[in-house]
Design a protein around this ligand. Structure first.
Ligand SMILES: Nc1ncnc2c1ncn2[C@@H]1O[C@H](COP(=O)(O)OP(=O)(O)OP(=O)(O)O)[C@@H](O)[C@H]1O
Ligand SMILES: [Mg+2]
Length: 228
């Protein structure tokens, strides 16, 4: 228990940014290429992998990337979940910093929202992220709202389900997020706990135990493992 306390203390005092991604350079580059390549037709690009493996994190990283930001005229993000709510999805995609306009959108009927969304996307190069799709039905319905402007628009979906990914994808290429290798896992844990400092010798055993228990998942909450 004393070692766990020492690890907690180190973690609390670590000053380094805790938001760095590890072990995903290759898949990030592949996805950036899919998003910005010369294909003009609208494409659905699935990011697939088990729960907690890092799909939403990757999608968010792409969505916020400065180059991606400048490449698209319009970006929209919607969390879908198991029971999709089309109205909420449309409202998320129409995200609006202007409060008054937001209030007006909330008062709109569904068919009006569909029209507004269609107009907003029409003629623009857009990037839409549909995070956490559970069924092809959800995707089929939402897809109808997106015009094909033949200008390189992209729809990124994240899903745990390979079959859903295969069925909705525009090409045979799925972007699969795999377990982190041992080095990436160690890098992530050490970054979170020790920041710029090295792991002290007395904590090396405990760190190895945590790493073997999280088996390649990028778990940031290592406390759940030591206490579990
Ligand atoms: N490559 C990475 N480097 C560092 N941390 C990561 C990485 N990938 C994911 N994480 C962290 O792992 C946690 C889980 O990631 P995320 O929520 O993206 O998983 P997910 O695959 O979308 O899961 P779900 O299927 O449940 O939605 C988050 O705290 C995230 O910050
Ligand atoms: Mg997710």
């Amino acid at each position: 228990m004393k070692l766990v306390e020492e690890l907690e203390e180190k973690s609390a005092s670590s000053s380094r940014s805790k938001s760095d991604l590890v072990g995903v350079n290759t898949i990030l580059l592949e996805l950036k290429d899919r998003l910005t390549n010369m294909e003009r037709k609208v494409e659905i690009i699935p990011i697939v992998g088990m729960g907690g493996i890092g799909k939403s994190t990757l999608a968010r990283n792409l969505y916020d990337d400065a180059y991606i930001f400048s490449h698209f005229d319009y970006r929209g993000w919607a969390a879908i979940s198991q029971v999709p709510n089309m109205r909420e999805t449309m409202l998320s995609l129409l995200r609006c910093p202007d409060e008054k306009l937001s209030e007006k959108l909330i008062e709109c009927e569904d068919y009006e929202l569909r029209e507004i969304l269609h107009k907003r996307l029409f003629g623009r190069r857009y990037m839409i992220v549909l995070d956490d799709i559970w069924s092809t039905m959800a995707c089929d319905e939402i897809k109808m709202y997106f015009p094909d402007n033949s200008n390189g628009s992209r729809i990124v979906i994240t899903t745990r389900d390979s079959e859903v990914a295969e069925q909705v994808a525009s090409s045979k290429i799925l972007h699969r997020v795999n377990f982190l290798d041992e080095y990436a896992c160690r890098d992530l844990l050490c970054q979170i706990v020790f920041g710029e400092d090295d792991c002290p010798d007395e904590l090396k055993g405990l760190v190895s135990k945590i790493l073997s228990d999280c088996s390649g998942l990028p778990l940031r909450d290592w406390r759940a493992i030591v206490k579990g």
